[in-house]
Design a binder for this molecule. Structure first.
Ligand code: GLU
Length: 483
């Protein structure tokens, strides 16, 4: 790791880990790691009113689970710490004062009442720059009196500020449109607008990677860099994340589209690796020879991920696609890992006659997410009620009469078995086809309906029988015969 390229993930601990935030973390991580650079975690907690207890832990545990390891940050430290903004308060005040001295910021003593009055008169007008030209003496006097103050950025009143975003290209605005925004608040805490710039500079961040909601405020931040005489970083704003609405339209991804926090998705049985793979594709598209697959591990992504391949058009989060990805990941898991994870989703009681591991392995290739296990396993635990017409099957030439004959033959054969596993059951049942001169498909169909009560099942007749055991198999065949 070296510091030729430094990125950061700078979340505010205001709640759960939204999938959009996780994508920002991922892209930021990948941009650094593609060049063996440095990835920083910085906690932006200066908006004290919006703090949510435990949110910082959620951030850290999400990054740990997804293996987005940071080189510098809270807990791990680093030479540019502390990495929690509330612990850096003094630094910001010092830099704000430097800007006041150089004429790029000013003290504002306007009272809340005055600002409210202004807002009432013109809700969109913003601050009227009332304190922008206070004399040095007036300022000194007010400070000596202990009047509460904020520090505001002194925006240029003419000209234009532009920057080139690595994804969106040239972005700019006329300076007259810029408000004299607050840099330091009356509570002594900086605003996000100010402190993230100071930190990005002091922490040596070369690439600022974040959501496109900051695209249009970035000229203000660029001006802060200019005021200090610091070189601007490279800005990499990420495309909007949209969700699909019921009517087919799209809008900003939010809770009403479904589970949009990493934690909720994991609790619903999505695998972190599948989530990471899927969200990597939300705004980035592999190019050239890398474009032959959609499957990327984090290690693959480090190799192939480039800023040039980030898209600026909005990305649509598609739950069906994620489900598909997840199913593919579940299929590819090694058995033991799958079994131990799958068991966490066995929230129903399992009779001792059931071979749980075999049941879960039957489901491995047939679920999109682990929370589907309960629903898919239900028929193993209790035979659903079904109609005898289910036995009819054209393809295998099965009629209820043939099914009856098959089941009558099957019962004594199965009763005799001392070893009740898939192979023994299968071999025993083959005799029936010969005896009744029917297809083995007809035999298996009849038995599968009898032991499952379903037309479509994970696994075939013999596999299901092995899972539910001899006694239950015979009982279910009895039920079928009675029908
Ligand atoms: N704390 C900001 C957020 O969570 C960070 C924005 C940035 O990365 O600059 O949205």
């Amino acid at each position: 790791m070296d510091r030729n390229i430094v990125t950061r993930f700078a979340p505010s601990p205001t709640g759960y880990m939204h999938i959009g935030n996780l994508r920002t973390a991922l892209y930021s991580f990948l941009i650094a790691k593609h060049q063996d650079g440095c990835f920083i975690l910085r906690i932006e907690d200066t908006d004290r009113e919006r703090l949510v207890e435990g949110a910082e832990d959620v951030i850290k545990s999400t990054l740990a689970t997804t293996k987005l390891t940071y080189d510098e940050g809270p807990d791990v430290g680093g030479e540019h710490g502390p990495y929690v903004q509330s612990q850096r308060k003094e630094i910001y005040m010092e830099y704000a004062k430097k800007l006041v001295e150089s004429g790029h910021a000013y003290y504002c003593f306007c009272t809340k009442e005055r600002l409210e009055q202004l807002h009432e008169e013109d809700a969109t007008g913003g601050y009227d720059r009332h304190c922008r030209n206070l004399s040095k003496e007036e300022v000194a006097e007010n400070l000596a009196k202990g009047l509460p103050f904020v520090i505001r950025q002194k925006m240029p009143l003419e000209g234009r500020t532009t920057y080139t975003d690595a994804v969106f290209g040239e972005i700019g605005c006329d300076n007259v449109e810029l408000q004299d925004q607050i840099l330091m608040k009356a509570d002594g805490y900086p605003t996000y607008n100010f402190c993230h710039v100071i930190d990005d500079y002091l922490m040596g961040v070369t690439h600022v990677v974040r959501g496109s909601e900051y695209l249009t405020s970035t000229p203000k931040y660029a001006l802060l860099y200019d005021s200090f005489g610091w070189p601007r970083p490279i800005y990499v704003h990420l495309p909007l994340l949209m969700g699909k609405n019921a009517d087919g339209s799209v809008s900003k991804l939010s809770k009403r589209h479904g589970a949009v926090s990493f934690q909720d998705l994991v609790a619903d049985g999505y695998l972190p690796e599948a989530i990471i793979n899927y969200i990597a594709l939300l705004g980035w598209c592999p190019k050239g020879e890398d474009a032959t697959t959609e499957f990327f591990s984090l290690e693959d992504l480090k190799k192939v991920f480039t800023i040039e391949a980030i898209n600026k058009s909005p990305a649509v989060f598609d739950f069906d696609k994620l489900l598909w990805f997840n199913g593919e990941y579940i299929k590819k898991m090694d058995k033991d890992t799958y079994l131990s994870l799958a068991k966490e989703f066995v929230n129903f009681s399992v009779p001792s006659s059931i071979q749980l591991d075999k049941l879960l392995l039957l489901l491995q290739g047939r679920i999109g997410k682990l929370s589907e296990i309960a629903e898919k396993a239900a028929f193993f635990l209790a035979l659903p009620d079904y109609d005898k017409s289910l036995f009819e099957n054209k393809k295998n030439k099965v009629t209820p009469d043939l099914a009856l004959a098959v089941l009558q033959e099957a019962l004594p054969l199965l009763e005799q078995l001392t070893v009740f596993d898939n192979d023994s059951i299968y071999n025993a049942l083959l005799q029936i086809a010969e005896k009744l001169s029917c297809k083995s498909g007809a035999v298996m169909w009849s038995l599968r309906i009898a032991v499952s009560g379903l037309a479509v099942t994970p696994g075939g007749a013999t596999e299901i029988m092995e899972v539910i055991g001899k006694e239950e198999t015979l009982r279910r065949i009895g039920v079928a015969l009675a029908k």
